[in-house]
Design a protein around this ligand. Sequence first.
Ligand SMILES: [Zn+2]
Length: 490
Amino acid sequence: MNRSAPLSFLLAFLLAAAPAGSQGLPDLGDASSASLSDSQERTIGNRIMREVRVDPLYIDDPDVLDYINSIGDRLLAGLEGPPRKDIDFFVVQDESINAFALVGGHIGVHTGLFTLTQNESELAGVLAHEIAHITQKHQARAMHGQRGANLTSLAALAIAILASRGSGSQSGQVTEAAIAGATAFQIQNMIDYTREHEREADRVGLTILERTGFAPRAMATFFERLLRNNRLNEFKGAPSYLRTHPLTTERIADIQDRVQNLPPRLVADTFDYRLVKAKLRANMGSPSEAVTYFRALLDEKTVLRPREESYGLAIALRRTRDFEGAWKALEPLRKQQPPQAAFELLAGQLLADQGKKDQALDVYRAALRPLPNARGLVHAYLTLLLTSGRPAEVITDLEERLRNVQDDAQLYEIQARAYAATGKQLSQHRAQAEAHYRRGNLGAAVEQLEQAVKIKSTDFYETSSAESRLRELRAQLEIEKAAEKALKIS
Ligand SMILES: [Zn+2]
């Protein structure tokens, strides 16, 4: 059982619960009214995401998160009706090929699937299919087919398993036993029940692709390749997607039928897609394997070398700690205008790796002038200032920055560290509370504020701010706890 098993398992497990059981279902309205309400689904989803966001396999890299949410939002704009703000996207560091929709509107993609896509429309096709599972309420409809096991008890079990991790040597055994049980559950519940949902998710997904300017044909191409390669057993882990989203030649034929009448559409990939894909690929496997992979790609091309491939090579070389080699691969990319946040970030990191902190800070500062909102650069710049023993500058910078950006948990974490370094305990706990709050962890936020108000301070304003924030978050926590208790997932 490798390190990544529990998270994949949790996700696959919840998915297995989701699309099952449409047989004998009269209609959508009837089915969904008899199952979980939207707010109940959100409660379960938030509870699961609280564990997922702190899992080491959850990719907290702003470049990756911002990209996957930007393509996700672009697809959501293709839905009918008022814009959906309640669906979000994330990437899991897992080389098996999978994508999933959790209850409550959270869509995850494994790095294995992301890097398998050959163009952005293929990735869009997978995401659009998952969005459709949510908008068509397949999770709610699945409730009807479940006997004995319902979605909330599955969620409760999954949370218990996640929570048991890392807390002593026995937890591993518990997890493995539960996984064995889950696999049996999946096999018995999957197969024949989900084809209608899959067909519907394909149909709705294709409409979304069509409306948002992606190439609908890419959906067929990607699924076809997945199926073909699975038969040849080329991809390890491909069955995890195919198990949760049963894929048949008929399903692919259906998609092809639908796209046949559409005019062929050539869609150029965004540069962000190519950069993020290269970054994810460069962080897969062992460092030397990653170097070999990108060198082989680049060796094939003598004239036009795609910039993202040189970028991937530079990241891979950095992983092997060949900083000079990485710098040589990166340098030509930085000569082009306008500057790219991803390249400047890597340049700064490579300088810092070699102990050239002042030069690294200069690179970040220069890049932030034209790119003031590039989160990766902002985080790297502030963190390096902090580790260079300059917390006062971090505090000043963040005072200004947090006036305009309020949803970035990492900024509050950096702020908390800066306050800790200057001995401002009360402010430290307040900042840490805001970080927890933005990661959806109300309980931890309240704990931080409880510590904050205990600290004696001469700053009356700050103490009373902490007190009123504590009252506010306690009230929210009570509501959340009551909702979780009602669902038996607390
Ligand atoms: Zn599906």
